[in-house]
Design a protein around this ligand. Sequence first.
Ligand code: HXC
Length: 259
Amino acid sequence: TAYEFILTSTPRPGVGQITINRPKALNALSTPLMKELNAAVKSFATDGKTGAIVLTGSERAFAAGADIKEMAPLTFSSAYKTDFIQLWSDLTQCPIPIIAAVNGYALGGGCELAMMCDIIFCGPKAVFGQPEIKLGTIPGGGGSQRLTRAIGKSKAMEIILTGKNFSGKEAEKWGLASKVFETAEATVEGALETAETIAGYGGVAVKAAKEVVNQAYEGNLAEGVKYERRMFHALFATKDQKIGMTAFAEKKKPEWSHE
Ligand code: HXC
């Protein structure tokens, strides 16, 4: 499929790469762009071959936000009636892991998009922030909720209320990103390598692992621990559990059946 605002490729076995490619607008996330992104994610997630996705932008911008020019004329009624931004949530329903490789600007909706991914890796010049307050508005793509869970109330309040940006190093120190790399290229390579590792495991266990971590992130502890235990029990019904544990005992490399 030919897309206008994104590029897709399969750079490593089992790994789909999606590159946001709207350089003239610093990868601002318009509705047509988000529709393409959803279509590409769905296509990788259902092709039966892809086990993990890397989502990245350019060296200059992961994404500089939702498209301000598209939003400027919106009214309450039109935003409410069309449930504006709702379609962004499709990304969070993707059954396979998505790693965000963030270089340059990840502002507003760009930061929110990265936070919808399962893992954030970033480069030395990554710039995160929720600058909506400067535009007379607030985060609308889950940023107030996900940033608070990721870095705690005081820091999230400070960032959202002042609109001040923060660096990749800070993102890593505060637990928003799991790694900072030395160059932009190394960031994408690192994400592809991790995605390849994940794609090399049994698809059922990977799906379950993503689901139970999300339960911790999205729900409460007691429910989450119980949910994890039930899912853990359920995996004893899979072929891959037998394959994985038998291979360990026999000192062999497991050949996953994904069943
Ligand atoms: C539309 C954008 C844009 C955006 C940049 N551009 N960000 N267009 N929406 N979010 C466009 C500019 O208008 C300009 O187009 C071109 O990209 C290059 O940007 P410049 O500003 O000239 O580049 P620079 O001087 O290097 O400054 C980079 C920047 C700045 C600091 C990132 O562009 C900026 O502040 N952008 C807005 C960041 C922001 O406020 N994001 C949050 C948006 S609100 P032209 O045509 O002039 O060349 C949001 C709400 C989320 O995301 C809630 C729902 C999800």
